[in-house]
Design a protein around this ligand. Structure first.
Ligand code: GLC
Ligand code: GLC
Length: 807
């Protein structure tokens, strides 16, 4: 069953009911100020860091769910309703929610009064705009009150939810001129405050939550709204909020706009924080308000935002004749990749914004999905990530976006991490041709004075694997590799202990990862190519020798007969082998080792992919492993802690299915590649939204596997490497337009039912207009009418528009 539909023309998903299976959200902001917004206007806002600078409060785990966020109430006589349905839940006469690229429009109508509410964060600004367009659609004049309420978070979201000893006494506001300023902790060490403004005369306000609600009421039933008048209360401690009351009259057919601004301001260094005792300096707030206090200014800002977002998408546009494929390639998958770039894994409806910072491996992989759209940001991101690498080539696993320092609580020891840096840097260079990034002085562990050219970081990455091999000559796994839950050195028996960070047992010199071997073979090749390009021919040769060694070790010790093994555990036993009772095969090495071409001449690639389909295949793609573990295995760790079919214990991980799609393309298996792609691509499974549960326009991290009770149900939507890798699989392998060091490759892998593909790709300043005859057997490549050998369009600067045909 569906709950909405795609509107490709407007690049929107239109939700037709507030009662979706779960809150279906969107993101506002792409720079430093961000908001999460659900289809019922739930969510929260923060500036730069979802933990340290949270503006509004959101309670995860709350019942009823998703009641926190933007609260709007219309009171007409005794009728009270919310245009976004929540929090009041009065049934609406009509409702829709349009999630677009960086903006959301929610519209509700009741009793002849319509409220269309547009939410967005203007590009580069520190505020969320809420434009409420009210229309009296009835035949008679209407008099009503409009209430808008935001609940402040006391800045540090973690402290806000646990340190009540302190924080119930710290809340402070200033209510001045119809604007409510949230200034908790401003009197001491903070140089920032927030405000909630409306461009209309307010009749009353309230800033004390408990006064607003009244004893024992929830947000659906605030006493002051029911009574019809806010009480102009100024909060002191407890729970400060910002609520405005606007009394309005609309003639039949008349419309009116209200513009609300939820803003964040900093006082510049050296500027006075206070203009009088306890009176904050409102200059930055006034300047921000001045920019957006009219409908005209807001409409212009929204138009500018759309233009900016559409420009990202102009980099790659495909017409395939299949509308579902087009909307994934052109709209939703690139959009999700941009959001994943912005958020890493910090704030979603599944990531609380207080847990994780930016992941090393996550961010490196995310980069593959946005580098072509925002190359300038990709460069900085690579430097930031590399700066948390340690001198020995190992890395911190995460960093905090505010400080950019390696997160000491999590530490390091995830032995796949260093290699992802090579993948990310190679992707950046292939896209931009900018080798100067390799010279960029980049510190180790952010220590001043430790700077070395980025190239030295890559060298230490590649050498880290070379210097950390186990008894079979395969890479040691450390705490874990890509699969955070395969903890072969952890042996945890204490409840609640983190599998990722607990002290590992033993010396870690036995457990090996065949997955990292696949990564090494793929990324050492890219490293060697970079070396060759900058004249380090001897180093390239030396690295290729190391590559060969690991390739040979994988063929000898990493092959199980019909597919690749997953690992050797700390006792030297096989993991992911037919010899095991459970967990006989894992998806990761099948994807990565085949992508890397290991054992290609021996026919291993095709065999591994066939086994993967046979043993892991289900309706929604390939499960991560099979059969699931049914009991806890201390020697395997967290993977066996999940009930069968969930998460790393047998769900379909959308992150590594695209590896297998790519692997099929590498093996020339177009039909299989496309078939697997469609089994979990959001647009292709929209009809199953009821079962799927999460948003039908973006990937979720995982879909419960067939052994799970809730087979087919997805979790952890939005922030997942699934976005990036699916986009790479689609744009670069299925559609086949792939940047390389010296040009663009044209190498499509779609089944025969696709007759003709038309793709435009902006690449290093040129625009390539590419027509592909997908029915041609052994087609040739023509550039501006001239036939060339092979499948590469050699890059020539300044060509402008280039016509390319594969026919
Ligand atoms: C989560 C993590 C990612 C990890 C994956 C598999 O998505 O963000 O780093 O690779 O789980 O465990
Ligand atoms: C848990 C999750 C895994 C995630 C890890 C780190 O182990 O199962 O997906 O990567 O936590 O947060």
């Amino acid at each position: 069953m569906k709950f909405g539909h795609f509107d490709d023309k407007n690049k929107e998903y239109v939700i037709e009911t507030p009662c979706t299976p779960s809150p279906w959200i969107n993101y506002l902001g792409q720079d430093h100020f961000f908001s999460l917004i659900s289809n019922t206007a739930g969510g929260y806002s923060f500036d730069t860091d979802a933990k340290m600078r949270r503006l509004t409060r959101y309670r995860y785990n709350e019942v009823p769910a998703d009641m926190d966020g933007r609260h709007f109430y219309v009171k007409e006589g005794s009728l009270i309703w919310s245009p976004s349905y929540l929090p009041v839940k009065t049934p609406l006469d009509s409702y829709f929610c349009r999630h677009g690229l960086g903006y959301t429009i929610i519209s509700g109508e009741k009793n002849g009064l319509a409220a269309e509410m547009t939410f967005f964060v203007p590009h580069g600004e520190s505020c969320e705009i809420q434009k409420i367009h009210l229309t009296n659609k009835s035949k008679a004049k209407k008099a009503f009150s409009f209430f808008a309420m935001e609940e402040w978070c006391l800045w540090n979201a973690s402290d806000d939810g646990e340190n009540f000893q302190r924080n119930l006494s710290t809340g402070e506001v200033e209510c001045y001129n119809g604007i409510i300023y949230h200034k908790t902790e401003f009197r001491e060490r903070r140089n920032h405050y927030a405000f909630y403004y409306v461009n209309h005369k307010t009749s009353h306000f309230e800033s004390d939550r408990d006064a607003f609600l009244g004893m024992h009421n929830g947000f659906d039933h605030p006493a002051q709204v029911i009574e019809g008048n806010l009480k102009d209360g100024v909060a002191s401690g407890w729970h400060p909020i910002a609520a405005h009351q606007i009394d309005l009259e609309l003639e039949a057919g008349e419309s009116k706009d209200l513009i609300f601004i939820l803003g964040y301001c900093e006082i510049a260094k050296g500027e006075a924080k206070f203009v009088a005792p306890s009176v904050i300096n409102k200059r930055p707030a006034e300047e921000l308000i001045e920019k957006f206090n009219t409908t005209e200014k807001v409409d212009a800002a929204l138009a500018a935002l759309k233009k900016k977002m559409y420009a990202f998408l102009d980099v790659y546009k495909a017409e395939t004749g299949n509308e579902k494929l087009d909307r994934m390639a052109n709209i939703w998958n690139p959009y999700q990749s941009i959001i994943t770039y912005c958020m890493s894994r910090s704030a979603s409806y599944y990531e609380s914004g207080i847990g994780r910072g930016m992941g090393f491996r996550d961010s490196c992989q995310d980069l593959l999905g946005f580098v072509h759209m925002i190359p300038e940001k990709a460069r900085q991101r690579i430097i930031d990530i590399a700066s948390i690498q340690k001198e020995d080539g190992s890395t911190y696993h995460q960093y905090q976006p505010l400080t950019k320092k390696g997160n000491a609580d999590i530490g390091g020891g995830f032995n796949d991490d260093p290699l992802w840096l090579i993948g990310a840097t190679a992707a950046y260079i292939k896209e931009t041709g900018d080798y100067t990034i390799l010279d960029h002085p980049t510190p180790f562990d952010n220590k001043l004075g430790s700077e070395k050219p980025l190239m030295e970081h890559l060298r230490r990455s590649v050498n880290f694997t070379i210097n950390h091999k186990g008894p079979h000559g395969l890479p040691l796994i450390g705490r874990a590799d890509w699969n955070d839950c395969l903890n072969l050195n952890c042996f945890s028996e204490t409840p609640g202990e983190s599998f990722q960070t607990t002290e590992n047992k033993g010396d870690g010199k036995v457990a090996e990862s065949v997955f990292i071997a696949g990564m090494f073979v793929k990324y050492s090749q890219e490293y060697a190519e970079i070396c060759t390009h900058i004249g380090l021919n001897d180093e390239a040769k030396a690295i290729l020798k190391e590559k060969k060694k690991i390739e040979e070790a994988t063929i000898k010790y990493g092959w199980d007969g019909e597919y690749f093994l997953r690992a050797y555990d700390a006792r030297g036993n096989k993991v992911g082998s037919h010899e095991n009772k459970e967990g006989q095969i894992y998806i990761e090495p099948q994807g990565f080792c085949v992508m890397a071409g290991i054992g290609h001449e021996l026919g291993y690639g095709k065999k591994a992919l066939k086994s993967a389909e046979e043993k892991l295949g289900c309706k929604y793609g390939l499960e991560i492993l099979a059969p699931c573990y049914h009991e806890y295995h201390v020697e395997l760790g967290e993977i066996s802690s999940y009930p069968p079919g969930y998460k790393e214990n047998g769900a379909v991980f959308n992150h590594n299915n695209p590896w297998v799609v790519i692997a099929h393309c590498v093996e020339g298996e177009s039909k299989e590649a496309f078939d697997l792609y469609t089994r979990n691509a959001p647009a292709f499974i929209e009809d199953e939204s009821e079962i799927h549960y999460t948003e039908p326009y973006v990937y979720s991290q995982m879909i419960a596997g067939h052994e799970a009770k809730n087979y087919g149900q997805a979790k952890n939507s939005w922030l997942s490497g699934s976005a990036t890798w699916s986009l790479v699989a689609l744009q670069e392998y299925l559609l086949g337009i792939r940047p390389d060091f010296d040009g663009l490759l044209v190498d499509p892998h779609l089944p025969e039912e696709f007759k003709h593909l038309h793709i435009t790709r902006v690449y290093r300043g040129n625009t390539y207009d590419i027509n592909i005859d997908n029915t041609a057997k052994n087609p040739s490549l023509y550039i501006d009418g001239k036939k060339v050998d092979g499948r590469r369009i050699p890059y020539v600067k300044g060509m402008g528009k280039v016509s390319v045909e594969l026919k």
